[in-house]
Write a protein that binds this ligand. Structure first.
Ligand SMILES: [Zn+2]
Ligand SMILES: [Zn+2]
Ligand SMILES: [Zn+2]
Length: 163
């Protein structure tokens, strides 16, 4: 896969477009997998896509409760499992939070640029870096199951504002 650098999260842009596009891709992806994109799954995905900042499961639960009082954690976790499995979202391990994927279903493991100041996260997917790390692990006879790279720093916008 070619490198994807989605810098939108760090720039001002029409976010409604990101949201619409994410929902459209999710509908398509579920259809091609023969799975139902239920109202709940859609609601959770929309909540995750409300910004480019990762969202924690309990925040999703709070927001869900505002719409459906009586929602319980398993409801949220089941929907998250579905979305993860379908490749529609990523889990940011170091933040224990979830982020919408801009290129769902392309089978990438995920490299993330995480801004410490505004909390926005951009995906960076570059096979070269991943392959190199796989080779290095392989040389140490280490079998890699999962590789998620989370890079912390300051985004373009926050850098400008701090000047
Ligand atoms: Zn956006
Ligand atoms: Zn992704
Ligand atoms: Zn920032």
């Amino acid at each position: 896969m070619t490198a994807i650098t989605e810098l939108k999260p760090f720039r001002s842009h029409d976010h409604q477009h990101c949201l619409d596009e994410a929902i459209r891709q999710a509908e398509q992806r579920c259809r091609s997998r023969g799975e139902r994109f239920t109202r709940l799954r859609k609601q959770i995905l929309e909540m995750i896509w409300s910004s480019h900042e990762p969202v924690k499961a309990y925040d999703l639960l709070d927001r869900l409760k505002a719409v459906h009082p009586g929602s319980a954690p398993p409801t949220v976790y089941r929907a998250l499992d579905f979305l993860l499995d379908a490749g529609l979202i990523h889990r940011i391990e170091s933040l224990n939070a979830y982020l919408g994927c801009g290129v769902p279903g392309s089978g990438h493991s995920g490299q993330f640029l995480i801004c410490r100041y505004c909390g926005s996260v951009a995906e960076l997917n570059d096979d070269r870096a991943i392959n190199e790390l796989h080779d290095m692990a392989g040389a140490l006879k280490f079998r890699v199951d999962n590789m998620v790279i989370e890079i912390y720093g300051t985004c373009e916008r926050c850098l400008k504002e701090s000047r």
